[in-house]
Design a protein around this ligand. Structure first.
Ligand SMILES: [Zn+2]
Ligand SMILES: [Zn+2]
Length: 181
């Protein structure tokens, strides 16, 4: 084998599905992230359904509990960043819901609220895929040390709702871009 695998991995972003997530969606996300971050993006072995994080009262999954499961999984420590993708509605105690969460080198996003169907609208695959990429870049941006940006067209702008997500899209403003590249 040529080169040093470990070094290669340490430069890579690893995508991990947590429970069932459509594989085509993950593959399209991988290609989108490669474009944005200009580094290898790999698809890892998925994790089982996160039943341990389910809150019966809220009928949602506790985001931080899933994030910790990712942080503790030794299989992923060889990678520079790990992004978990889950198709369940996520929350943290202070908020009604979250699109995603990041901590240290690990992030997680939920695709549930990115679907038009969630709001009783007709499905739109292209829009969904753009939203998935936008939320993924945003959370990964946090793992690279970026905070929220005041520019409403920058991916690091805080999304209160999908109106924000759709306005900003998956690109960094020049100021944010200069901090990670
Ligand atoms: Zn954020
Ligand atoms: Zn910015």
């Amino acid at each position: 084998m040529k080169g040093n695998c470990k070094e290669y991995s340490k430069r890579s972003i690893l995508l991990v599905s947590i429970g069932y997530v459509n594989l085509t969606m993950i593959q399209i996300l991988r290609d989108g992230l490669k474009n944005v971050f200009k580094k290898p993006v790999e698809i890892g072995k998925g994790l089982s359904e996160p039943d341990y994080a389910y809150n019966k009262k809220r009928k949602q999954y506790h985001s931080t509990t899933i994030l910790n499961a990712l942080l503790e999984d030794k299989e992923y420590t060889a990678y520079e960043k790990v992004l978990g993708i889950v198709d369940h509605d996520l929350y943290v105690p202070e908020l009604n819901f979250v699109f995603g969460e990041a901590s240290r080198g690990v992030a997680i996003i939920s695709i549930t609220r990115l679907r038009q169907e969630f709001y009783g609208l007709a499905p739109d695959q292209a829009l969904l895929q753009r939203r998935v990429l936008t939320e993924a870049v945003h959370e990964l941006g946090h793992t690279y040390g970026l905070g929220h940006c005041k520019n409403p067209h920058c991916v690091m702008f805080f999304s209160n709702s999908l109106i924000d997500t759709d306005r900003k899209g998956p690109e960094f403003c020049l100021k944010c871009e200069s901090k990670i590249f």
